[in-house]
Design a protein around this ligand. Structure first.
Ligand code: SIN
Length: 309
């Protein structure tokens, strides 16, 4: 019983995840070998890098900067484009029965629809709409997730064409996040992913007398964002019925259990990989099992959720 891994397996939108852990978009989900490596090391669901209509180089370096509370990134949606990105997903899914979320990014409904149609033809299991990247506002203006009207328009349009479940990835950098969550749900989203990076923030190198990141600012992740992520997940959980992937600042098993208690069905682990390495997934799985043993919970769904607001 103690180490029976089926105890932490999770049913998510009709697919079975071997563990509750999700690799969020942007981290190791660019190639089939990265996906394989992540899964082999205890991740239950893998998200691809956010894919765009055309390949994107992203911002020039430095694009990652660490600080005491976490890290900033200004990747700028570097990706090989939808065709090549889906080829990697297909290669992985051809051999492995592991659910993959295909993350897509666009700035118009038409492009979201074209991307979704391409995802329909792939082996991807879910499509995630990245409505919340904070690093491309110089090109595209405010993230779409800042407007509940735009979120609803895009989600409902995508739902009309998507053959697979649709996940809306939303931003914490907005006012009225719960209204945006309910708008996504009302428009037909099958699940939410909360949160994308916080901020953006900025770091300055006082010796070089310039910003550390090339793009000056970047989305903040790591332990410092966990309280914001928990609050966002809990507020959304209190208001929506669809499942939530809770991601933001999870670095150990206790953090993961907090995220589950806040109402998440699955838990994203991203920035912690930089500090903890690939072994972090298995460590968190084991920590969750230990916690379940400590409190006598047979399966992961026995871990209680907080009472809704
Ligand atoms: C990026 O590529 O800039 C990060 C992706 C995101 O925050 O959505």
């Amino acid at each position: 019983m103690k180490n029976d891994r089926s105890r932490i397996s999770v049913e998510f939108l009709g697919k079975r995840a071997a563990t509750p852990l999700v690799l969020p978009a942007g981290i190791m989900g660019m190639t089939w070998s990265g996906m394989k490596y992540t899964w082999e090391n205890g991740c239950g669901i893998i998200t691809s890098k956010s894919l765009t209509m055309e390949p994107r180089k992203g911002h020039a370096g430095p694009v990652i900067a660490e600080f005491e509370g976490g890290m900033l990134n200004c990747m700028g949606l570097c990706n090989p484009g939808i065709e090549e990105g889906l080829a990697e997903v297909n290669e992985f899914r051809k051999f492995y029965e592991v659910p993959v979320i295909v993350s897509i990014f666009a700035t118009t409904i038409d492009d979201f629809l074209t991307l979704t149609q391409k995802v329909n033809e792939s082996r991807g299991d879910f499509v995630e709409l990245n409505l919340s990247c904070p690093n491309v506002s110089d090109e595209y203006g405010l993230p779409l997730a800042a407007s509940k009207i735009k979120v609803a328009e895009i989600v409902s349009a995508v739902k009309m064409v998507s053959k697979i479940p649709v996940i809306a990835k939303l931003s914490p950098n907005v006012s009225g996040l719960t209204e945006i969550c309910t708008a996504a749900e009302a428009a037909g989203a099958d699940a939410l992913c909360l949160i994308n990076t916080l901020g953006p923030g900025m770091l300055i190198d006082i010796d070089l007398q310039r910003s550390v990141l090339s793009n000056r600012t970047g989305g903040m992740s790591g332990p410092c964002v966990k309280p914001v992520a928990l609050r966002a997940v809990f507020e959304a959980y209190s208001r929506v019925k669809i499942p939530i992937i809770g991601t933001g600042g999870v670095s150990n098993g206790r953090d993961a259990v907090e995220m589950l208690m806040a109402g998440a069905s699955l838990v994203g682990v991203g920035s912690a990989l930089y500090e903890g390495g690939i072994g972090i997934f298995e460590q968190i799985n084991q920590d969750i099992l230990t916690y379940m043993d400590q409190y006598g919970y047979g399966t992961i769904t026995d871990i209680p959720r907080l009472e809704k607001m």
